[in-house]
Unconditional design. Structure first.
Length: 455
């Protein structure tokens, strides 16, 4: 009996000692960029979220994690995270800062599950990584082998700069391209131009994965030539193929999508992967015109955490397809509308639940696991500030809203147009960039109107 007690006591003492050793072995050190070690696993840190960042805000996030404060090595068998931050003051959030993890088996390139872009690390991942290392769990930030991590990071940094620099021009080019097709289509009632206007968006998004805005203005002719070469009956299957292609790229080409000209904004610490409110809105006409039979693929593309990871997009697309079904079923009644709204909400919860159960992880699943009401409140505050952030955002929102109101007054309205308007209305409520939703939603509504009028 005494021998058994001694074994139990010894085991407890050993466990406590190991826990203390693990806690002491993990450290986070803030150092100047030139003092970040070149050993261990290397990465680039995005120091915050939004257009501007400050050293003070970054320190506020890291202060509870800092242990020690010098630049020494880690404890035996442990890890030290070396972080460099922006200089004092307020800075445009377009610069990444060196970070390295030394010890505990870290080698090569850092991989952050929150960014899904090897080498790029979000500052929000540091706290859960330190916590996981203390507790002996798999951390959000791991590493993978890379014989030349510094060269890989230099290429990544250059690609992020290129995408950021081309984004504004690409958006202008895309808007001009769609308008140059949809306005003549509405005026001349020319079906080929209308189909080209609808197809221009997925074609531009696909080519924008690699190309830059300098070639986007030439896509109009290429898209029109493709439409002319295809029979009319092949148009809807082509839209379905575009959705399936988007799903494939988002699923297996997360890195390619993250560096797209029009896509996520990993350089600014916002959306690192998946669909943004802009790209989700841009693809909405493609999904609605493809028809109800495309709804499952569209919802998986938008909502799956390994693809679009857009929780608001599921509600938006669900509302659009529900309206499409209601218009096809018969006369609209309050009861039918309420049943459809409940079904959309239930479907969104069901898809999110399946995603969590099957091991999916994204900002959506993390919000469900933590503080969903708080996340929604924060999103609505951001949404209220969005259109007044600067004159450009105000102009986008006002012009988009005016066009949407004008389109809503069209009589008779085809079912797909009604579905688009309902989806945009829902998106304005559940998403946080109303300026993007209103402007690109207005262009999408015009494209649907032109397509339906020339059928």
């Amino acid at each position: 009996m005494r021998g058994t007690k001694r074994i139990v006591v010894a085991a407890l003492v050993l466990t406590a000692t190991l826990n203390q050793t693990a806690t002491a072995a993990v450290a986070l050190r803030i150092v100047p960029p030139e003092q970040v070690p070149r050993r261990g696993a290397q990465g680039l840190l995005v120091p915050g979220h939004g257009i501007h960042v400050t050293r003070e805000d970054a320190l506020e996030q890291l202060r509870p994690l800092v242990r020690g404060g010098g630049a020494g090595g880690a404890g035996v068998g442990g890890a030290t995270i070396y972080v460099s931050l922006p200089p004092p003051g307020r800075h445009h959030n377009v610069v990444r800062y060196p970070i390295a993890v030394v010890g505990d088996g870290y080698r090569g390139l850092l991989v952050d599950e929150r960014t899904r872009l090897p080498g790029l690390v979000a500052i929000g991942s540091l706290a859960p990584t330190v916590e996981a290392l203390h507790e002996g769990r798999t951390p959000p930030i791991t590493s993978r082998a890379d014989p030349q991590p510094r060269a890989t990071l230099a290429r990544l940094d250059e690609q992020l700069d290129e995408a950021h620099g081309a984004r504004s021009r690409a958006n202008v080019a895309l808007a001009l391209l769609v308008l140059s097709l949809v306005l003549p289509a509405l005026w001349l009632r020319f079906a080929y131009l209308a189909r080209a206007a609808v197809l221009a968006v997925p074609a531009t998004l696909a080519l924008g994965l690699e190309l830059r805005s300098s070639v986007l203005l030439f896509l109009g002719g290429l898209v029109l030539a493709l439409v002319l070469a295809l029979p009319r009956r092949a148009f809807r299957p082509l839209l379905f193929a575009a959705l399936a292609g988007a799903l494939l790229v988002l699923w297996h080409g997360a890195e390619t999508n993250a560096l797209a000209t029009i896509g996520p904004h990993p350089d600014g610490g916002g959306r690192f992967y998946g669909l943004t409110n802009q790209t989700s809105t841009l693809l909405l006409p493609t999904a609605l015109l493809a028809g109800l039979w495309a709804a499952p693929v569209a919802l998986v593309t938008v909502g799956w955490s390994k693809a679009g990871a857009d929780g608001g997009g599921v509600l938006t697309y669900g509302a659009g397809f529900a309206m499409l079904a209601l218009r096809g079923y018969g006369r609209l009644t309050l009861r039918r509308v309420l049943v459809a709204a409940g079904a959309v909400a239930l479907l969104a919860l069901l898809l999110a639940g399946i995603d969590v159960i099957t091991g999916g992880t994204s900002h959506v699943t993390r919000a469900i696991d933590t503080d969903l009401p708080g996340q929604l409140a924060h999103r609505w505050r951001e949404s209220a500030r969005g259109p007044t952030r600067n004159w450009g955002a105000s102009a986008l929102f006002a012009s988009g809203l005016l066009v949407l109101v004008r389109v809503a007054l069209v009589r008779p309205r085809p079912p797909a147009l009604d579905a688009m308007l309902v989806a945009i209305a829902v998106s304005l409520v559940v998403n946080d960039t109303p300026q993007d939703i209103a402007f690109w939603g207005a262009l999408g509504a015009l494209s649907i109107l032109a397509f339906e009028r020339t059928r």
